[in-house]
Design a protein around this ligand. Structure first.
Ligand code: NAD
Length: 443
Protein backbone atom coordinates (compact mmCIF):
# COMPACT_ATOMS: atom_id res chain seq x y z
CA UNK A 1 0.00 0.00 0.00
CA UNK A 2 1.09 3.60 -0.50
CA UNK A 3 1.45 5.44 2.78
CA UNK A 4 2.55 8.97 3.65
CA UNK A 5 3.60 9.98 7.14
CA UNK A 6 3.89 13.63 8.19
CA UNK A 7 6.44 13.97 10.99
CA UNK A 8 9.58 11.83 11.30
CA UNK A 9 9.94 11.91 15.07
CA UNK A 10 9.77 9.00 17.52
CA UNK A 11 6.23 8.09 16.44
CA UNK A 12 6.28 9.03 12.75
CA UNK A 13 9.58 7.37 11.93
CA UNK A 14 8.78 4.18 13.82
CA UNK A 15 5.36 3.98 12.13
CA UNK A 16 6.85 4.63 8.71
CA UNK A 17 9.68 2.17 9.14
CA UNK A 18 7.48 -0.64 10.44
CA UNK A 19 4.97 -0.19 7.60
CA UNK A 20 7.84 -0.14 5.08
CA UNK A 21 9.35 -3.24 6.65
CA UNK A 22 6.03 -5.03 6.07
CA UNK A 23 6.38 -4.33 2.34
CA UNK A 24 4.46 -1.06 1.98
CA UNK A 25 5.72 1.92 -0.01
CA UNK A 26 6.19 4.76 2.47
CA UNK A 27 7.05 8.43 2.04
CA UNK A 28 7.91 10.52 5.11
CA UNK A 29 7.42 14.27 5.02
CA UNK A 30 9.14 16.49 7.58
CA UNK A 31 9.64 20.26 7.72
CA UNK A 32 13.06 19.79 9.33
CA UNK A 33 15.37 19.73 6.30
CA UNK A 34 18.37 18.64 8.35
CA UNK A 35 16.44 15.67 9.72
CA UNK A 36 15.37 14.70 6.19
CA UNK A 37 19.01 14.91 5.00
CA UNK A 38 20.13 12.65 7.86
CA UNK A 39 17.41 10.13 7.01
CA UNK A 40 18.27 10.22 3.32
CA UNK A 41 21.77 9.09 4.23
CA UNK A 42 20.06 6.09 5.81
CA UNK A 43 20.85 7.36 9.32
CA UNK A 44 18.51 7.69 12.28
CA UNK A 45 18.28 11.17 13.88
CA UNK A 46 17.63 9.80 17.40
CA UNK A 47 18.26 6.67 19.43
CA UNK A 48 15.65 3.94 19.47
CA UNK A 49 16.82 0.33 19.78
CA UNK A 50 16.72 -1.51 16.43
CA UNK A 51 15.37 1.47 14.48
CA UNK A 52 18.57 2.62 12.74
CA UNK A 53 19.10 -0.82 11.16
CA UNK A 54 15.51 -1.00 9.89
CA UNK A 55 15.64 2.55 8.50
CA UNK A 56 18.85 1.72 6.66
CA UNK A 57 17.55 -1.52 5.10
CA UNK A 58 14.13 -0.21 4.07
CA UNK A 59 15.60 3.02 2.73
CA UNK A 60 18.21 1.10 0.73
CA UNK A 61 15.52 -1.18 -0.68
CA UNK A 62 13.46 1.85 -1.78
CA UNK A 63 10.37 1.28 0.37
CA UNK A 64 11.12 4.18 2.71
CA UNK A 65 11.73 7.64 1.32
CA UNK A 66 12.11 11.06 2.90
CA UNK A 67 11.17 14.50 1.66
CA UNK A 68 10.39 18.03 2.74
CA UNK A 69 8.00 18.34 -0.20
CA UNK A 70 4.51 18.11 1.26
CA UNK A 71 2.83 18.08 -2.18
CA UNK A 72 4.85 14.98 -3.11
CA UNK A 73 3.73 13.35 0.14
CA UNK A 74 0.05 14.13 -0.45
CA UNK A 75 0.29 12.77 -3.98
CA UNK A 76 1.89 9.54 -2.81
CA UNK A 77 -0.22 7.83 -0.17
CA UNK A 78 -3.86 6.88 -0.02
CA UNK A 79 -3.16 6.78 3.72
CA UNK A 80 -1.94 10.10 5.13
CA UNK A 81 -0.74 9.84 8.72
CA UNK A 82 -0.36 12.96 10.84
CA UNK A 83 2.38 12.20 13.38
CA UNK A 84 3.65 15.68 14.20
CA UNK A 85 4.17 17.10 17.71
CA UNK A 86 1.31 18.36 19.88
CA UNK A 87 3.23 20.32 22.53
CA UNK A 88 1.46 21.90 25.50
CA UNK A 89 0.24 25.45 25.01
CA UNK A 90 0.51 28.02 27.81
CA UNK A 91 -2.79 26.90 29.37
CA UNK A 92 -1.79 23.22 29.24
CA UNK A 93 -3.99 22.43 26.25
CA UNK A 94 -2.45 20.48 23.36
CA UNK A 95 -1.26 22.88 20.66
CA UNK A 96 -2.83 21.66 17.42
CA UNK A 97 -0.98 24.14 15.20
CA UNK A 98 1.18 21.51 13.48
CA UNK A 99 -1.65 18.98 13.13
CA UNK A 100 -3.94 21.53 11.47
CA UNK A 101 -1.10 22.81 9.26
CA UNK A 102 -0.70 19.30 7.89
CA UNK A 103 -4.47 18.93 7.41
CA UNK A 104 -4.48 22.18 5.49
CA UNK A 105 -1.57 21.05 3.30
CA UNK A 106 -3.33 17.77 2.51
CA UNK A 107 -6.51 19.70 1.59
CA UNK A 108 -4.51 22.00 -0.67
CA UNK A 109 -2.88 19.20 -2.64
CA UNK A 110 -5.12 16.13 -2.66
CA UNK A 111 -6.59 15.14 -6.01
CA UNK A 112 -8.31 11.85 -5.12
CA UNK A 113 -9.71 10.00 -2.09
CA UNK A 114 -7.46 10.06 0.97
CA UNK A 115 -7.67 8.56 4.46
CA UNK A 116 -6.28 11.13 6.89
CA UNK A 117 -5.21 9.53 10.14
CA UNK A 118 -4.38 11.38 13.36
CA UNK A 119 -1.54 9.39 14.91
CA UNK A 120 -0.44 12.28 17.11
CA UNK A 121 -1.99 12.40 20.58
CA UNK A 122 -4.82 14.86 20.12
CA UNK A 123 -7.71 16.00 22.34
CA UNK A 124 -11.29 14.91 21.84
CA UNK A 125 -12.78 16.80 18.93
CA UNK A 126 -9.55 17.16 16.95
CA UNK A 127 -10.68 14.87 14.13
CA UNK A 128 -13.64 17.21 13.67
CA UNK A 129 -11.21 20.13 13.42
CA UNK A 130 -9.05 18.21 10.94
CA UNK A 131 -12.15 17.45 8.88
CA UNK A 132 -13.18 21.11 8.91
CA UNK A 133 -9.67 22.22 7.92
CA UNK A 134 -9.61 19.77 5.01
CA UNK A 135 -13.07 20.86 3.89
CA UNK A 136 -12.12 24.52 3.96
CA UNK A 137 -8.85 23.92 2.05
CA UNK A 138 -10.78 21.97 -0.59
CA UNK A 139 -13.52 24.63 -0.78
CA UNK A 140 -10.88 27.32 -1.28
CA UNK A 141 -9.95 25.68 -4.55
CA UNK A 142 -13.47 24.62 -5.49
CA UNK A 143 -12.50 20.97 -5.25
CA UNK A 144 -14.95 18.23 -4.31
CA UNK A 145 -12.96 15.19 -3.27
CA UNK A 146 -14.01 12.51 -0.79
CA UNK A 147 -11.91 11.81 2.27
CA UNK A 148 -12.09 9.92 5.55
CA UNK A 149 -10.67 11.13 8.83
CA UNK A 150 -9.61 8.43 11.28
CA UNK A 151 -8.29 8.56 14.83
CA UNK A 152 -5.52 6.03 15.42
CA UNK A 153 -3.66 6.87 18.63
CA UNK A 154 -0.22 5.40 19.12
CA UNK A 155 0.65 3.41 22.24
CA UNK A 156 4.32 2.63 21.57
CA UNK A 157 6.84 3.09 24.35
CA UNK A 158 10.16 4.74 23.53
CA UNK A 159 12.88 2.17 24.11
CA UNK A 160 10.62 -0.67 22.91
CA UNK A 161 8.93 1.11 20.03
CA UNK A 162 9.55 -1.42 17.26
CA UNK A 163 8.21 -4.35 19.27
CA UNK A 164 5.27 -2.28 20.48
CA UNK A 165 4.38 -1.30 16.93
CA UNK A 166 4.84 -4.68 15.28
CA UNK A 167 3.36 -6.75 18.12
CA UNK A 168 0.88 -4.32 19.66
CA UNK A 169 -1.30 -5.06 22.67
CA UNK A 170 -4.06 -3.30 20.76
CA UNK A 171 -4.63 -1.18 17.69
CA UNK A 172 -7.28 1.41 18.40
CA UNK A 173 -9.10 3.08 15.54
CA UNK A 174 -11.84 5.66 15.72
CA UNK A 175 -13.88 5.64 12.53
CA UNK A 176 -17.19 6.94 11.30
CA UNK A 177 -17.55 4.97 8.07
CA UNK A 178 -17.38 1.33 6.99
CA UNK A 179 -15.03 2.29 4.20
CA UNK A 180 -12.54 3.79 6.65
CA UNK A 181 -12.73 0.77 8.94
CA UNK A 182 -12.15 -1.68 6.07
CA UNK A 183 -9.18 0.30 4.78
CA UNK A 184 -7.64 0.57 8.26
CA UNK A 185 -8.11 -3.14 8.89
CA UNK A 186 -6.36 -3.94 5.62
CA UNK A 187 -3.53 -1.54 6.43
CA UNK A 188 -2.87 -3.09 9.85
CA UNK A 189 -3.32 -6.69 8.71
CA UNK A 190 0.46 -7.49 8.89
CA UNK A 191 0.46 -6.56 12.60
CA UNK A 192 -2.89 -8.14 13.38
CA UNK A 193 -2.26 -11.60 12.04
CA UNK A 194 -1.87 -13.72 15.16
CA UNK A 195 -5.23 -12.72 16.63
CA UNK A 196 -7.49 -9.74 16.22
CA UNK A 197 -6.12 -6.88 18.25
CA UNK A 198 -7.89 -4.14 16.38
CA UNK A 199 -10.43 -2.28 18.48
CA UNK A 200 -12.75 -0.17 16.40
CA UNK A 201 -14.84 2.52 18.04
CA UNK A 202 -16.27 5.99 17.50
CA UNK A 203 -13.79 8.78 16.87
CA UNK A 204 -14.20 10.68 20.14
CA UNK A 205 -13.81 7.59 22.32
CA UNK A 206 -10.66 6.70 20.40
CA UNK A 207 -9.21 10.17 20.98
CA UNK A 208 -10.01 9.97 24.68
CA UNK A 209 -8.65 6.41 25.01
CA UNK A 210 -5.08 7.59 24.45
CA UNK A 211 -5.31 10.24 27.19
CA UNK A 212 -7.07 7.82 29.52
CA UNK A 213 -4.24 5.29 29.10
CA UNK A 214 -1.44 7.78 29.75
CA UNK A 215 -3.26 9.50 32.59
CA UNK A 216 -3.92 6.19 34.35
CA UNK A 217 -0.26 5.17 34.03
CA UNK A 218 0.82 8.57 35.39
CA UNK A 219 -1.70 8.14 38.22
CA UNK A 220 -0.14 4.80 39.19
CA UNK A 221 3.26 6.46 39.44
CA UNK A 222 2.09 9.45 41.46
CA UNK A 223 0.07 7.19 43.73
CA UNK A 224 3.15 5.10 44.49
CA UNK A 225 5.26 8.21 45.01
CA UNK A 226 2.78 9.59 47.51
CA UNK A 227 2.81 6.24 49.32
CA UNK A 228 6.62 6.27 49.18
CA UNK A 229 6.77 9.62 50.94
CA UNK A 230 4.36 8.28 53.54
CA UNK A 231 6.41 5.08 53.94
CA UNK A 232 9.48 7.12 54.83
CA UNK A 233 7.61 9.04 57.50
CA UNK A 234 5.98 6.01 59.13
CA UNK A 235 8.98 3.68 59.06
CA UNK A 236 7.78 1.44 56.20
CA UNK A 237 9.54 0.32 53.02
CA UNK A 238 7.74 1.10 49.75
CA UNK A 239 9.43 -1.86 48.03
CA UNK A 240 7.76 -4.25 50.47
CA UNK A 241 4.47 -2.43 50.03
CA UNK A 242 4.85 -2.68 46.25
CA UNK A 243 5.35 -6.43 46.34
CA UNK A 244 2.51 -6.76 48.83
CA UNK A 245 -0.05 -4.95 46.70
CA UNK A 246 1.22 -6.19 43.32
CA UNK A 247 0.43 -9.75 44.36
CA UNK A 248 -3.26 -8.89 44.06
CA UNK A 249 -4.09 -9.62 40.42
CA UNK A 250 -6.55 -6.74 40.43
CA UNK A 251 -3.56 -4.46 41.05
CA UNK A 252 -0.67 -6.33 39.41
CA UNK A 253 3.08 -5.69 39.54
CA UNK A 254 3.35 -3.53 36.44
CA UNK A 255 4.09 0.14 36.65
CA UNK A 256 3.88 0.55 40.42
CA UNK A 257 7.45 1.61 41.07
CA UNK A 258 8.15 4.59 43.30
CA UNK A 259 10.86 6.92 42.05
CA UNK A 260 11.95 10.50 41.42
CA UNK A 261 9.02 11.37 39.15
CA UNK A 262 7.94 10.74 35.60
CA UNK A 263 9.09 12.80 32.62
CA UNK A 264 9.14 12.36 28.88
CA UNK A 265 7.26 13.95 26.05
CA UNK A 266 3.95 12.24 26.84
CA UNK A 267 2.83 11.80 30.46
CA UNK A 268 3.40 15.39 31.65
CA UNK A 269 1.87 16.99 28.57
CA UNK A 270 -0.99 14.51 28.23
CA UNK A 271 -2.05 14.84 31.87
CA UNK A 272 -2.00 18.64 31.48
CA UNK A 273 -4.02 18.43 28.27
CA UNK A 274 -6.59 16.13 29.88
CA UNK A 275 -6.91 18.52 32.84
CA UNK A 276 -7.61 21.26 30.32
CA UNK A 277 -10.16 19.15 28.41
CA UNK A 278 -11.96 18.33 31.67
CA UNK A 279 -12.05 21.99 32.71
CA UNK A 280 -13.40 22.99 29.31
CA UNK A 281 -16.13 20.39 29.75
CA UNK A 282 -17.02 21.79 33.18
CA UNK A 283 -15.59 18.81 35.11
CA UNK A 284 -13.22 19.42 38.04
CA UNK A 285 -10.25 17.10 37.32
CA UNK A 286 -9.38 16.48 40.99
CA UNK A 287 -7.40 13.26 40.51
CA UNK A 288 -5.55 14.45 37.42
CA UNK A 289 -4.53 17.75 39.04
CA UNK A 290 -3.19 15.86 42.04
CA UNK A 291 -1.26 13.44 39.79
CA UNK A 292 0.54 16.36 38.22
CA UNK A 293 1.14 18.17 41.50
CA UNK A 294 2.59 15.06 43.16
CA UNK A 295 4.87 14.50 40.19
CA UNK A 296 6.17 18.08 40.13
CA UNK A 297 7.04 17.74 43.81
CA UNK A 298 8.60 14.31 43.37
CA UNK A 299 10.99 15.66 40.76
CA UNK A 300 12.50 17.91 43.45
CA UNK A 301 12.95 15.18 46.07
CA UNK A 302 16.49 14.20 45.07
CA UNK A 303 17.73 17.77 45.25
CA UNK A 304 16.14 18.34 48.68
CA UNK A 305 17.87 15.26 50.03
CA UNK A 306 21.24 16.10 48.57
CA UNK A 307 20.92 19.65 49.85
CA UNK A 308 19.93 18.46 53.33
CA UNK A 309 22.85 16.01 53.43
CA UNK A 310 25.30 18.82 52.74
CA UNK A 311 23.70 21.11 55.34
CA UNK A 312 22.16 23.40 52.72
CA UNK A 313 25.56 24.35 51.32
CA UNK A 314 26.27 22.87 47.90
CA UNK A 315 28.54 25.63 46.69
CA UNK A 316 31.56 24.03 45.01
CA UNK A 317 30.33 20.49 45.68
CA UNK A 318 30.57 18.02 42.81
CA UNK A 319 27.61 15.71 42.28
CA UNK A 320 27.80 12.72 39.93
CA UNK A 321 24.54 12.10 38.03
CA UNK A 322 23.92 8.71 36.43
CA UNK A 323 21.14 8.70 33.84
CA UNK A 324 19.93 11.77 31.94
CA UNK A 325 17.21 10.45 29.62
CA UNK A 326 13.67 10.41 31.02
CA UNK A 327 13.81 6.62 31.08
CA UNK A 328 16.23 3.89 29.97
CA UNK A 329 16.80 2.87 26.33
CA UNK A 330 16.08 6.28 24.86
CA UNK A 331 17.99 9.52 24.30
CA UNK A 332 14.82 11.55 24.88
CA UNK A 333 15.38 14.13 27.64
CA UNK A 334 12.08 16.00 27.29
CA UNK A 335 10.79 16.81 30.81
CA UNK A 336 13.43 14.50 32.29
CA UNK A 337 13.89 14.58 36.07
CA UNK A 338 17.66 14.83 35.48
CA UNK A 339 17.13 18.34 34.15
CA UNK A 340 15.14 19.50 37.18
CA UNK A 341 17.85 18.08 39.42
CA UNK A 342 20.81 19.50 37.52
CA UNK A 343 19.25 22.95 37.26
CA UNK A 344 18.60 22.99 41.03
CA UNK A 345 22.18 21.84 41.70
CA UNK A 346 23.58 24.57 39.48
CA UNK A 347 21.38 27.20 41.15
CA UNK A 348 22.87 26.07 44.46
CA UNK A 349 26.41 26.47 43.11
CA UNK A 350 27.23 22.76 42.64
CA UNK A 351 29.10 21.18 39.76
CA UNK A 352 27.57 18.22 37.92
CA UNK A 353 29.53 15.33 36.47
CA UNK A 354 27.04 13.45 34.33
CA UNK A 355 26.92 10.19 32.45
CA UNK A 356 24.25 8.58 30.30
CA UNK A 357 24.75 5.71 27.82
CA UNK A 358 23.02 7.54 24.92
CA UNK A 359 21.51 10.91 25.93
CA UNK A 360 24.63 13.06 26.42
CA UNK A 361 24.50 14.74 23.03
CA UNK A 362 20.89 15.77 23.74
CA UNK A 363 21.91 17.28 27.09
CA UNK A 364 24.74 19.12 25.36
CA UNK A 365 22.27 20.55 22.81
CA UNK A 366 20.20 22.03 25.65
CA UNK A 367 22.92 23.16 28.08
CA UNK A 368 25.89 23.71 25.77
CA UNK A 369 29.37 23.84 27.25
CA UNK A 370 28.67 25.21 30.71
CA UNK A 371 31.60 25.17 33.12
CA UNK A 372 29.53 23.53 35.87
CA UNK A 373 28.54 20.56 33.68
CA UNK A 374 31.08 17.90 32.88
CA UNK A 375 29.84 15.19 30.53
CA UNK A 376 31.83 12.04 31.26
CA UNK A 377 32.81 9.10 29.05
CA UNK A 378 31.85 6.46 31.61
CA UNK A 379 29.83 5.97 34.76
CA UNK A 380 33.03 5.56 36.78
CA UNK A 381 34.56 8.72 35.38
CA UNK A 382 31.49 10.65 36.57
CA UNK A 383 31.98 9.35 40.10
CA UNK A 384 35.72 10.03 40.23
CA UNK A 385 36.36 12.82 42.74
CA UNK A 386 32.63 13.59 43.23
CA UNK A 387 31.15 14.33 46.66
CA UNK A 388 28.12 12.11 46.04
CA UNK A 389 26.49 9.92 43.39
CA UNK A 390 22.88 10.34 42.29
CA UNK A 391 20.97 7.84 40.17
CA UNK A 392 18.17 9.38 38.14
CA UNK A 393 17.51 6.88 35.31
CA UNK A 394 17.47 3.12 35.84
CA UNK A 395 19.68 2.07 32.93
CA UNK A 396 20.51 -1.64 33.22
CA UNK A 397 24.25 -1.03 33.50
CA UNK A 398 23.74 0.97 36.72
CA UNK A 399 22.09 -1.96 38.46
CA UNK A 400 25.14 -3.86 39.56
CA UNK A 401 28.19 -1.59 39.58
CA UNK A 402 31.51 -2.21 41.31
CA UNK A 403 30.56 -0.69 44.66
CA UNK A 404 34.01 -1.04 46.19
CA UNK A 405 35.46 1.00 43.33
CA UNK A 406 32.70 3.59 43.58
CA UNK A 407 33.37 3.97 47.30
CA UNK A 408 37.06 4.57 46.51
CA UNK A 409 36.40 7.03 43.69
CA UNK A 410 33.90 9.16 45.62
CA UNK A 411 35.19 11.69 48.15
CA UNK A 412 32.65 10.26 50.59
CA UNK A 413 30.65 7.06 50.03
CA UNK A 414 27.23 8.69 49.54
CA UNK A 415 24.53 7.56 47.08
CA UNK A 416 21.16 9.20 46.42
CA UNK A 417 19.15 6.66 44.47
CA UNK A 418 16.06 8.00 42.70
CA UNK A 419 15.11 4.56 41.37
CA UNK A 420 15.66 2.20 44.31
CA UNK A 421 18.19 0.11 42.41
CA UNK A 422 20.17 -1.19 45.36
CA UNK A 423 19.62 -3.32 48.41
CA UNK A 424 19.87 -1.08 51.50
CA UNK A 425 21.43 -3.91 53.53
CA UNK A 426 24.19 -4.33 50.95
CA UNK A 427 24.75 -0.59 50.96
CA UNK A 428 25.06 -0.66 54.73
CA UNK A 429 27.59 -3.53 54.61
CA UNK A 430 29.58 -1.65 51.98
CA UNK A 431 29.69 1.40 54.24
CA UNK A 432 27.61 3.74 52.09
CA UNK A 433 25.32 6.49 53.20
CA UNK A 434 22.38 5.46 51.04
CA UNK A 435 19.23 7.50 50.53
CA UNK A 436 16.54 6.07 48.26
CA UNK A 437 12.80 6.61 47.72
CA UNK A 438 10.20 5.42 50.21
CA UNK A 439 12.73 3.45 52.28
CA UNK A 440 14.55 4.25 55.48
CA UNK A 441 17.87 5.97 54.79
CA UNK A 442 21.15 4.18 55.60
CA UNK A 443 23.49 6.58 57.34
P1 NAD B 1 8.73 14.50 17.73
O1 NAD B 1 8.87 15.89 18.27
O2 NAD B 1 9.80 13.50 17.98
O3 NAD B 1 8.52 14.57 16.14
C1 NAD B 1 7.64 15.44 15.50
C2 NAD B 1 8.17 15.66 14.08
O4 NAD B 1 7.17 16.36 13.33
C3 NAD B 1 9.45 16.50 14.01
O5 NAD B 1 10.42 15.83 13.25
C4 NAD B 1 8.98 17.80 13.33
O6 NAD B 1 10.00 18.39 12.53
C5 NAD B 1 7.85 17.28 12.47
N1 NAD B 1 6.89 18.29 11.99
C6 NAD B 1 6.40 19.37 12.65
N2 NAD B 1 5.53 20.04 11.84
C7 NAD B 1 5.47 19.36 10.67
C8 NAD B 1 4.75 19.54 9.45
N3 NAD B 1 3.91 20.58 9.27
N4 NAD B 1 4.94 18.65 8.46
C9 NAD B 1 5.77 17.60 8.62
N5 NAD B 1 6.49 17.39 9.75
C10 NAD B 1 6.34 18.25 10.76
O7 NAD B 1 7.32 13.99 18.27
P2 NAD B 1 6.93 12.48 18.70
O8 NAD B 1 7.53 12.14 20.01
O9 NAD B 1 7.11 11.59 17.54
O10 NAD B 1 5.37 12.71 18.97
C11 NAD B 1 4.46 12.94 17.91
C12 NAD B 1 3.05 12.78 18.45
O11 NAD B 1 2.85 11.45 18.87
C13 NAD B 1 2.73 13.66 19.65
O12 NAD B 1 1.38 14.05 19.60
C14 NAD B 1 2.95 12.71 20.82
O13 NAD B 1 2.19 13.07 21.96
C15 NAD B 1 2.47 11.41 20.25
N6 NAD B 1 3.04 10.21 20.87
C16 NAD B 1 4.35 10.18 21.22
C17 NAD B 1 4.88 9.01 21.77
C18 NAD B 1 6.33 8.96 22.19
O14 NAD B 1 6.68 8.03 22.93
N7 NAD B 1 7.18 9.86 21.76
C19 NAD B 1 4.07 7.89 21.97
C20 NAD B 1 2.74 7.95 21.57
C21 NAD B 1 2.23 9.11 21.02
Amino acid sequence: MDITIFGSGYVGLVTATCFADAGNDVVCVDVDAQRVETLRRGECPFYEPGLAELVKINHAEGRLRFTTDAAEGVKHGQFQFIAVGTPPGEDGSADLKYVLQVANTIGQHMTEHRVIITKSTVPVGTCDKVRAQLASALAARNAEIEFDVVSNPEFLKEGAAIADFTRPDRIVIGVDSDRAEKLMRALYEPFNHNHDRLISMDVRSSELTKYAANALLATKISFMNELANLSEKVGADIENVRIGIGSDPRIGYHFIYAGCGYGGSCFPKDVKALVHTAQQAGIKPSILSAVEEVNERQKTVLFSRINAHFGGNLKGKTIAVWGLSFKPKTDDIREATSRVLMEALWDAGAIVKAYDPVAMHEIQKVYGDRADLKLCDSAEQAVDGADALTIVTEWKQFRSPNFARIAKLLKQPVIFDGRNLYDPELMQRMGFTYVSIGRQPIT
